[in-house]
Design a protein around this ligand. Structure first.
Ligand SMILES: C[S@@+](CC[C@H](N)C(=O)[O-])C[C@H]1O[C@@H](n2cnc3c(N)ncnc32)[C@H](O)[C@@H]1O
Length: 239
């Protein structure tokens, strides 16, 4: 019997009275296939991660485009672009995951907060009294690709904040200014330690001065005011 190595096939070829046998020894197919299997398994395991990264970067591009295109079109008492960015950055910096917004309007600040939530893996609950604004906010959030990170509630926040179970790690107060103190009293027991309570319009004269004094003198909170914001954002961390 004569034995030959052949990389392509194997088998027996009958000669007159001699048999030639081919073997795989020249090209180790089995080893090669097992290595390929290992690589394929690794690729399959990494696929969901890759898909997530793709989805998030696609989402980011969609939100950025939406915010850029509508930057000058917010006319319903909405926060300016830079203030929205400040809220977003605060959430990202602290990894907050459970936000409450009081005063949705048409959803400009909600978009910034929800965008941050899409990155931390959280969700924002937002409250609005006006049905027209609530509906427009839902439309805007859908168009921006962020609606899945938002629970938009229609109703009077005076009642809603009491009914919401919490807990929250980030709050943005931006509805009726004369109720700011009561919102603070109703919501802060549901704020986690290390959580952040923010309030808009604290330097432009819209919020009663009494509110600033009340929060700034509260020893359970570390409070500063972001004066880069023209309206002023009060930022209070729960100790
Ligand atoms: C300053 S705007 C909010 C702007 C919004 N945060 C933004 O940047 O897009 C205040 C909103 O709070 C709503 N509002 C006022 N009183 C409210 C209440 N008691 N309950 C719920 N929403 C209220 C108003 O209808 C208004 O749309």
């Amino acid at each position: 019997m004569i034995t030959l190595d052949n990389p392509i096939s194997s088998g027996e070829i009958p000669f007159t009275d001699t048999k030639i046998e081919y073997s795989f020894s020249f090209f180790p197919f089995e080893k090669y296939i097992s290595k390929m299997k290992k690589h394929l398994t690794l690729v399959l395991m990494a696929l969901p991660l890759f898909a997530f990264t793709q989805t998030q970067s696609e989402r980011d591009a969609r939100v950025e485009k939406f915010l850029k295109e509508h930057r000058t079109e917010w006319h319903d008492l909405n926060v300016p672009y830079v203030d929205g960015q400040t809220l977003h950055d605060l959430i990202i910096k602290n990894g907050y995951k459970s936000a409450l917004e009081i005063g949705t309007s048409t959803g400009h600040s909600t978009i910034w907060i929800a965008w941050a939530m899409s990155k931390t893996g959280g969700k924002v609950t937002t409250l609005e009294l006006s049905e027209k604004r609530h509906k427009q906010a839902i439309k805007n959030l859908t168009e921006a690709g962020l609606i899945e990170f938002v629970d938009a509630k229609l109703g009077n926040a005076h009642e809603l904040v009491k009914q919401l179970p919490g807990t929250f790690d980030f709050v943005f107060s931006d509805a009726d200014k004369d109720w700011y103190k009561q919102y603070f009293l109703d919501v802060t027991p549901k704020l986690t330690k290390g959580g952040c309570y923010t309030a808009h319009n604290v330097v432009d004269g819209n919020v009663p001065k009494e509110y600033n004094v009340f929060v700034e003198s509260n020893k359970e909170f570390e409070t500063t005011i972001d004066r880069q914001s023209r309206a002023g954002i009060m930022i209070s961390y729960k100790k």
